[in-house]
Design a protein around this ligand. Structure first.
Ligand SMILES: Cc1cc2nc3c(=O)[nH]c(=O)nc-3n(C[C@H](O)[C@H](O)[C@H](O)COP(=O)(O)OP(=O)(O)OC[C@H]3O[C@@H](n4cnc5c(N)ncnc54)[C@H](O)[C@@H]3O)c2cc1C
Length: 440
């Protein structure tokens, strides 16, 4: 019945628009026709909306079933405790002094899936080292059905801010990976962990920002979304000095080709003569918030960032200044020197950072009372220099393994705040604010 009415109305409306005279002649009935036309329009647009919504719901359902299927195919969600042996099945040079390592479990069993952005924790027993060396490396491969993990490691160069600066001293474990870990070797790693990850259930468009080796978690995130055929928009910004440091070049281009929702922006701050603008890179600049303001339609995205200290510092604070809520700005630091992101207005330096004061720090469990002064650095280094091992290995507040309870007094975080349980502190990032008692 409705179908007939619709057809008749459509014809009638067509006739009216074609013949203005008829419109005048129909003045008496125009109110009625207007009413019917409005009704028809409402019914028609409602049904179009319903159809659209149903399609959208079906899409979401299909995507969820697909994800569950893939998860089920990947085996049970069982992580493992402690360290597990993995075989290096492939080692690939990604750019200058940067290698990817493909790892398969030595026991041949399946791998639990991980969240893109998480990292693996490796342990190495090196000659002349009394204790094992432990380091974290982000997973750079984010496809859930694969039976391998992949990490990508760049040789760490001497750090001018190091307490015992030595220009000859290059990163211990990153160099070991680059020079001595080869295909067929067996290495120990803990299960994927970390709180910095992209939650695919939160269906919001994302901006992924990677500086240098900090791009590893972003590669995992974009691979993961592409693998799931996730319909959300992805803006991917990558910053490097030049083409020599452009890791994952082919992979980024391939992702952009496969995923119509991904827009890639490669920035070189100091391109070489052989680097071609428009071909190997898109912008001759650093990744900046001003560039994002030019490119993004709005600031309303979820942001994920990882990179060197100054890069993170300017971007995170720039995003806050742009009005992006703190909950939408997610970032990871790869080491102590990269933790420079602070509150917009840094708190006034305490007596400890400003002056020459020394405070008594009591390590309750170890039964030691020691004098701390600003030269002693953070509480973890201070403890370790005095024979108190507080655990932890990332030195960046990421692994939270060194977390300890404060029994009395207070601490401060010179490089900004950190996410830690009430009444506790992360010794790798903090210093005492006055007399302090900690449960270590
Ligand atoms: C969550 C997380 C994820 C990470 N993901 C990655 C990743 O995907 N890829 C990656 O490459 N890295 C990653 N890292 C960093 C990685 O864990 C290591 O910190 C990094 O490889 C350096 O370790 P290293 O043993 O090589 O250097 P270390 O020997 O620990 O030295 C640290 C730094 O100090 C310098 N240094 C040491 N001694 C001296 C000295 N006497 N004088 C001057 N400089 C000195 C070193 O050259 C190096 O730059 C990640 C870190 C974290 C916390």
């Amino acid at each position: 019945m409705r179908g007939v009415l619709v057809v008749n109305l459509e014809n009638l409306l067509g006739l009216i628009s074609a013949s203005p005279l008829l419109t005048v002649g129909l003045t008496g009935g125009s109110v009625m026709i207007g009413y019917l036309a409005t009704q028809w329009w409402a019914v028609n647009s409602r049904s179009r909306l319903e159809k659209k919504r149903t399609n959208l719901e079906l899409d979401i359902l299909r995507k969820k079933i697909d994800a569950l299927d893939k998860k089920a195919a990947a085996g049970p969600d069982v992580a493992w405790n402690g360290f597990r042996k993995f075989t290096v099945t492939k080692k690939v040079l990604e750019s200058d002094d940067t290698f990817s390592f493909y790892l398969e479990p030595h026991d041949g069993k399946r791998l639990p899936p991980f969240k893109p952005g998480q990292y693996l924790t490796f342990q190495f027993h090196l000659p002349n080292k009394p204790k094992p060396e432990i380091r974290c490396y982000s997973l750079s491969d984010g496809s859930i059905s694969d039976e391998h993990y992949r990490v990508t490691i760049k040789r760490a160069l001497p750090d001018k801010n190091h307490r015992n600066f030595d220009p000859e001293k290059v990163g211990l474990i990153s160099s070991h990976f680059c020079d001595s870990v080869n295909e067929g070797d067996i290495i120990d790693t803990k299960a994927p962990s970390g709180k910095f990850f992209l939650d695919v259930e939160v269906e919001r468009p994302v901006v992924l920002i990677g500086g240098g080796i900090g791009v590893t978690p972003m590669i995992a995130m974009s691979r993961f979304l592409t693998h799931l055929k996730d319909p959300r928009e992805i803006y991917f910004f990558f910053g490097a000095r030049s083409g020599k440091d452009h890791m994952f070049r082919e992979e980024m281009l391939e992702l952009q080709k496969t995923n119509p929702k991904m827009r890639l922006h490669v920035c070189y701050s100091r391109p070489d003569t052989e680097d071609e603008l428009g071909k190997s890179y898109n912008h001759e600049s650093r990744v900046t918030v001003d560039l994002m303001k030019e490119i993004l339609p709005s600031s309303n995205y979820q942001y994920f960032l990882c990179g060197p200290g100054p890069f993170m510092d300017s971007l995170v604070n720039g995003l806050y200044e742009w009005g992006v809520p703190k909950k939408d700005v997610n970032f990871e630091a790869f080491g102590p020197s990269t933790v420079k992101v602070g509150p917009k207005t840094p708190s006034a330096p305490s007596e400890a950072t400003a002056g020459q004061l020394a405070f008594e720090v009591e390590f309750a469990k170890s039964g030691k009372k020691l004098k701390w002064d600003p030269q002693a650095g953070n509480l973890r280094d201070f403890g370790s220099d005095n024979g108190i091992d507080m655990g932890g290995f990332c030195g960046a507040g990421s692994c939270t393994e060194c977390m300890v309870a404060i029994k009395d007094g207070d601490v401060e975080y010179p490089d900004g705040g950190c996410d830690v349980e009430d009444g506790c502190c992360l010794p790798c990032l903090c210093r005492p604010k006055g007399k302090l008692v900690i449960d270590a």
